[in-house]
Ligand binder design. Sequence first.
Ligand SMILES: CC(C)(COP(=O)(O)OP(=O)(O)OC[C@H]1O[C@@H](n2cnc3c(N)ncnc32)[C@H](O)[C@@H]1OP(=O)(O)O)[C@@H](O)C(=O)NCCC(=O)NCCS
Length: 305
Amino acid sequence: MLKHETLTVRELVPGDIASLRRLLETSEYTYARFAEDELARMLATRPGVGTFSTPPGPLGRIGRGSLLGFLLASSVVPPSAWVGGFGVTWSQGAHFAEHLDLLLPAVERPLAALGTRMLYYSGSDTEADWLKPALEARGFQMVTLLRAYDKEGTEIPMEGNQRVRVRPFTAADVRGVLDVEHACFDQLWHYDAEGFLEVAATYPYFVVAEDERGIAGYQFNAVDFRGGYLVRIAVHPRAEGQGIGARLMAEAIRYFKREQAGRILLNTEERNHRAHRLYERFGFHLAPQRGFVLGRPIAPPVAAP
Ligand SMILES: CC(C)(COP(=O)(O)OP(=O)(O)OC[C@H]1O[C@@H](n2cnc3c(N)ncnc32)[C@H](O)[C@@H]1OP(=O)(O)O)[C@@H](O)C(=O)NCCC(=O)NCCS
């Protein structure tokens, strides 16, 4: 059992980064939707809380305590926020649900103050996700199922629309990209202006497609040692069905080829048939595993009496 009398819950601060890294490196009871080098930026910009064991008495009041568990929000675009990471130390593995009970309300308070009303969690395997049952027992409900697609090699079966200009995103494109975003995606998936600027600063590839009316679409990707990740592709409904999606795909695959990523992966919603057709036309194969998104409402902040 956890010794509650010595367990404290507090906001994570930059001084906790080394302990967080250690926890992520040494425990298998972790969930992280971020790369290690993003941790400092996440802590500085998003709500994050930890459970700490502190010795009883005066000693406990002096030190920071030792980190036993953490919960970090990732994308926060009110009214939606996402769980970016959760974990407990190896020795607390059997008690992870107790940490969840302490950390969820603690992270939801600052999120509510920011105007967030739903907290989402995304897992990559409906059948085998270790956190899913515990989250469902705490009121998280299925929001949508996800499909994973992958493609071996970098063959480009079609070039798509050659009249649009595809060029790197610049900060001046934020307005146009936000218009595409709002027209294309449900609120839970939205990036805001800050989010797009962060994508531009941290992702290696982010382009827009421009026609005579302005920005018609956008697309961004990531790469690591496992392969390439086609993170987002979007074309404004006003310009759909003109081969712009195909053009952005062709350019993306060319980029992955330059980066020598032999395998390309992506995720999409189970119900997004238009996107499935685009991916399948480009030689992507459906992976058997189904991802998912769970969500739970966050209560508005209680007004001071
Ligand atoms: C999925 C998406 C990117 C496709 O973009 P698009 O620009 O419409 O894609 P294309 O024009 O290349 O292809 C769409 C259809 O138009 C057809 N088409 C393409 N060029 C055409 C042309 N010149 N004349 C007639 N039809 C054409 C294609 O054959 C395709 O038909 P299909 O859907 O029946 O297979 C777009 O619908 C979108 O942004 N959706 C919302 C965001 C989203 O879901 N993104 C994916 C998840 S991240």
